[in-house]
Design a protein around this ligand. Structure first.
Ligand SMILES: *[C@@H]1O[C@H](CO)[C@@H](O)[C@H](O)[C@H]1NC(C)=O
Ligand SMILES: *[C@@H]1O[C@H](CO)[C@@H](O)[C@H](O)[C@H]1NC(C)=O
Ligand SMILES: *[C@@H]1O[C@H](CO)[C@@H](O)[C@H](O)[C@H]1NC(C)=O
Ligand SMILES: *[C@@H]1O[C@H](CO)[C@@H](O)[C@H](O)[C@H]1NC(C)=O
Ligand SMILES: *[C@@H]1O[C@H](CO)[C@@H](O)[C@H](O)[C@H]1NC(C)=O
Ligand SMILES: *[C@@H]1O[C@H](CO)[C@@H](O)[C@H](O)[C@H]1NC(C)=O
Ligand SMILES: *[C@@H]1O[C@H](CO)[C@@H](O)[C@H](O)[C@H]1NC(C)=O
Ligand SMILES: *[C@@H]1O[C@H](CO)[C@@H](O)[C@H](O)[C@H]1NC(C)=O
Ligand SMILES: *[C@@H]1O[C@H](CO)[C@@H](O)[C@H](O)[C@H]1NC(C)=O
Ligand SMILES: *[C@@H]1O[C@H](CO)[C@@H](O)[C@H](O)[C@H]1NC(C)=O
Ligand SMILES: *[C@@H]1O[C@H](CO)[C@@H](O)[C@H](O)[C@H]1NC(C)=O
Length: 500
């Protein structure tokens, strides 16, 4: 049964996996129970994710990705950078072992050389471009240079004065690296790779950046940030950072290098001062980000120019050091269950389906309470819903308000009607959601929590007995403590622009 369902999901997902969605995921592996590569691929396929970035070139992962249609960015880890930058032969050997051995069955599209080298391994900065060139030379020798691009991901902190974006520039300390790097990217048709974290900009701004602006939520028109030089309107931090990168490149006379956002995300849990690392904010950020990217909205400077974006990250990494938030950037637990269900209705198939495939009916927020009460009365009366759980002392009595109670009753009716279309309307005050509204002991009908045996967990990936990590090398850096440092000047500008 479980196997059949899995197979079904697999086939179902494969058939929907046609369009290139521009959305990818990062797969960090600092995880106690890393799922097997096959399980990882099954999850990706069930979620229609067709772009992935790996922080290394793990053999079993590369094998598992063969014939999946998934496009891969693989990485030269920072600890191999020095060796590769010092010898053509080492680079050639790396390409032979980690690329040529798997391509084309495994669709490696890009090699990321190092990770945030300028900010996390500055001593290696002088050899970064040589490493890229040696890898490129090896690809040419292997006749793979047209299919596979070479680049290197940067922290967006290397761009200074990000607001207004039109005044942004690369930290001049790094010009001796950035200029030859941009020349290389331009001559090979490769993208600038950037890690973009509005979360850190928001946290470090001490309240200057409004949360809604970081989360892509609608702002009042008079609160939108306007770049006084270009008169471009910025409705979110993400676009401002990406445009800052375009402007920083054009300041150096590079105007035709595309940008790929290699990391972006929001943590769903934190402690101490990490008040805004919540499931709600993480869901809002990632849902809005994905919609924004899939829409091909582009940025104010380059509207309609798609910016492929890799969500940080697929799994929560429980063994990462640092504050609690560091372990909670994932969309999924390692057993394959979602940490939260993204709100992506209408965004196409990608990530739109919770692996448990549940839908619920709930009361809309901000609707007329009298209409809700009338609909609640109807559901528990003529609608013949069992509303006994809503009685005082029963598990769904609290919170005792009409929104919570009608959500329970509407959902019970919707489930009773087999989720038939039209059974979640109630004169417009109800809506379908993929987020399980159950809380505590109040379990909503249709919730997987009410039925552990029915197989809702069939797509959950059992923790693997074998880990894919070698366990000792830090596979990637995530130097969150030093994200974009909006300087005092840009903060003041932001205050002026946002609040005037
Ligand atoms: C890899 O993916 C790209 C983008 O979908 C596609 O154009 C290319 O043909 C694929 N290459 C291989 C070898 O499958
Ligand atoms: C490295 O190899 C490429 C071609 O494979 C060659 O063009 C380049 O000159 C070599 N560089 C060195 C330093 O040997
Ligand atoms: C520019 O980069 C250098 C080297 O990492 C760093 O010391 C300096 O603080 C940076 N400048 C700014 C304004 O952040
Ligand atoms: C960019 O091009 C302009 C005009 O050709 C030139 O004046 C300027 O010096 C160039 N800037 C850089 C950094 O090369
Ligand atoms: C995406 O585009 C649709 C229609 O084109 C629009 O309604 C929606 O607001 C857009 N979403 C985002 C996040 O830009
Ligand atoms: C689940 O995905 C299918 C296509 O893969 C889509 O038609 C359906 O609307 C999605 N369900 C939800 C609740 O988003
Ligand atoms: C998921 O739900 C949709 C809509 O209710 C249904 O068409 C589809 O068959 C379900 N998929 C699975 C695997 O249960
Ligand atoms: C799925 O399995 C996990 C543990 O493996 C469990 O915590 C969770 O409650 C299960 N979910 C459902 C919907 O049964
Ligand atoms: C739980 O599953 C059993 C069959 O496995 C089914 O008969 C029962 O109605 C389910 N209970 C709920 C609350 O859905
Ligand atoms: C994987 O697990 C099997 C059985 O548990 C064991 O025999 C094998 O040595 C493990 N492989 C690795 C690489 O740990
Ligand atoms: C940002 O830069 C300023 C000045 O360069 C420095 O005083 C401040 O500590 C930095 N803030 C962060 C969070 O790095």
């Amino acid at each position: 049964m479980a196997a059949l369902l899995l197979l079904f999901l697999f086939l179902f997902a494969s058939s929907a996996l046609s369009q290139d969605s521009l959305i990818g995921v990062n797969i960090g592996t600092e995880v106690t129970d890393m799922p097997s590569p096959t399980q990882v691929v099954t999850l990706l396929k069930s979620q229609n994710i067709n772009r992935v970035r790996l922080y290394d070139a793990d053999r079993s992962m590369l094998l598992a990705f063969a014939h999946t249609g998934i496009q891969l960015i693989i990485s030269v880890p920072n600890d191999q950078l020095l060796g590769i930058s010092q010898s053509n032969a080492t680079a050639a050997n790396w390409v032979t072992r980690n690329v040529a051995a798997y391509y084309p069955a495994t669709n490696i599209t890009t090699i990321a050389v190092g990770s945030e080298v300028l900010t996390s391994l500055p001593n290696a900065a002088p050899v970064l471009v040589s490493a890229l060139k040696y890898i490129q030379a090896a690809l040419i020798t292997a006749n793979l240079d047209r299919q596979i691009k070479v680049s290197t991901p940067h922290a967006s902190t290397i761009i200074l004065d990000s607001f207004p974006p039109s005044q942004a520039f690369f930290n001049k300390t790094w010009d001796p690296v950035i200029v030859p790097l941009l020349e290389f990217l331009q001559s090979t048709g490769s993208p600038l790779m950037l890690n973009v974290y509005p979360y850190f900009d928001y946290v470090q701004s001490n309240g200057v950046i409004p949360l809604d602006y970081a989360l892509f939520q609608p702002l009042q028109a008079n609160k939108e940030a306007v770049d006084a030089n270009t008169l471009l309107h910025y409705t979110n931090v993400f676009d401002a950072i990406v445009d800052a990168a375009y402007f920083a490149m054009s300041y150096l006379n590079f105007t035709n290098i595309p940008i790929v956002v290699t990391e972006s995300g929001w943590p769903s849990k934190g402690d101490g001062p990490e008040h805004d690392a919540t499931v709600e904010n993480a869901n809002t950020y990632n849902s809005n980000l994905i919609q924004h990217v899939i829409n091909k909205t582009g940025t104010p400077k380059h509207p309609g120019v798609p910016v492929a974006t890799y969500i940080y990250e697929l799994y929560n990494e429980d063994t990462r050091p640092g504050p609690l938030s560091e372990k909670n950037w994932g969309l999924f637990h390692t057993n394959g269950t979602p940490v939260y269900t993204l709100r992506l209705a209408g965004a196409g198939a990608i990530l739109a389906n919770d692996t448990t495939n549940q839908t619920f009916c709930v009361a809309k927020e901000r609707v007329d309470k009298k209409m809700l009460q009338a609909a609640l009365d109807w559901a528990c009366g003529p609608g013949k819903v069992d509303c006994s759980e809503l009685m005082q002392g029963e598990s769904c009595y609290e919170p005792d308000d009409v929104v919570a109670h009608s959500s329970y009753a509407f959902n019970a009716y919707y489930q009773k009607m087999g989720k038939a279309s039209g059974s979640c309307d109630f004169k417009g005050v109800a809506t379908v959601t993929t987020t399980d509204p159950s809380r505590g002991t109040c379990v909503f009908p249709g919730s997987a929590k009410s039925n552990q045996t029915l197989g809702h967990n069939t797509t959950a990936l059992a923790p693997s007995a074998n880990s894919t990590t070698s366990g000792c090398i830090p596979h990637h850096y995530h130097p969150h403590a030093s994200s974009v440092n909006l300087t005092l000047l840009s903060l003041l500008l932001l205050i002026a622009l946002v609040f005037l």
